[in-house]
Write a protein that binds this ligand. Structure first.
Ligand SMILES: [Zn+2]
Length: 304
């Protein structure tokens, strides 16, 4: 690890990672820069981008792996430059209305969230953002970027693979102990499960996360971290079944007990994310015949 302008960084051939605070722990993130012979691209623009103004001014384009407030925090430093987004996340980048539908929270939460992200994340919509599709390729000169659509966290979440070096920017597959986040309106637990399997087979030698882990260079270590990350889904399912053991409960009661977040978590979206995540687990468990919805709208364990 070297230091450029007091920001820790790591280099892998044409790729440089500038680490945000606490290796990009939310609300910060890690800034990836790819310097080709002809073109310089940045992947996402987390808060730390605001301390890398010269680099963002020099960049030719931003390729977003997905859209969330913490991945757009430096786009205001690149006015007029191309911003590329997977087609399923495009409207979330283009307008506040699109981002509101992407989150899917109640209006009162959205109103507060908008103030917060303008203040903390320099949030500005990018109506000029344009779409890319799964498999999109950018030739930067001696190095190319390929988008691999791996939805679940958001509908348009992609891994950006730098070839031929095999450096994968895996975004919010952040390998954190929190585990996968699928708590927004366009998130999908089912897609997340599929994407985790595909991610494990991706031809890569270096993995860069947006948050927490930073960089992993060892295949065995990556496999172990990914297994632990994915296992959080099954742990949540097991805990939800435990929560239902005492008797039938409504969604509100389950949300109040918290499946994902610790009791002290107070972020604006916590209740919404709990509800959306718990609902998806309940749907899976209903489909598997393990949980039943009764006439009062309460969930209970199916009779053995
Ligand atoms: Zn995200």
């Amino acid at each position: 690890m070297t230091s450029t302008d007091a920001i820790p960084s790591a280099g892998f051939g044409p790729v440089t990672v500038y680490f945000g605070d606490k290796t990009g722990k939310y609300p910060d993130g890690n800034q990836v820069v790819v310097r080709g012979r002809d073109t310089m691209a940045v992947f996402d623009t987390p808060q730390v981008a605001n301390r890398l103004g010269d680099i963002l001014a020099e960049a030719d384009l931003a390729i977003l792996g997905h859209v969330h407030e913490d991945h757009m925090a430096g786009l205001h430093l690149m006015p007029g430059k191309p911003v590329r987004v997977h087609e399923a996340d495009l409207e979330a980048a283009r307008s506040w209305q699109g981002l509101s539908r992407h989150y899917g929270y109640p209006q009162a939460v959205l109103d507060e969230l908008r103030k917060k992200i303008v203040r903390d994340f320099h949030y500005r919509p990018r109506p000029d953002a344009t779409a890319y599709a799964d498999g999109a390729v950018w030739e930067l000169g001696g190095v190319r970027v390929r988008a691999v659509h791996l939805p679940g966290h958001t509908a348009g979440h992609c891994v950006l693979l730098v070839e031929p070096q095999g450096i994968a920017f895996i975004g919010d597959f952040d390998l954190s102990s929190f585990g996968p986040y699928y708590g927004d309106a366009t998130s999908s637990l089912a897609d997340f499960r599929c994407s985790l399997r595909t991610l494990s087979e991706l031809p890569a030698k270096v993995w860069i996360t947006s948050h927490h882990k930073g960089v992993v260079e060892d295949r065995a270590q990556f496999d172990a971290l990914l297994r632990a990350f994915a296992a959080r889904i099954d742990e949540r399912e097991a805990r939800l079944l435990q929560m239902l053991a005492p008797g039938p409960q409504g969604l509100d009661q389950l949300v109040a007990q918290r499946l994902l977040y610790p009791p002290e978590a107070s972020d604006l979206w916590v209740g919404c994310a709990e509800a959306r995540s718990i609902e998806q687990h309940l749907r899976e468990l209903q489909a598997a015949g393990r949980v039943v919805l009764d006439e009062q709208g309460r969930y209970r364990l199916a009779a053995p």
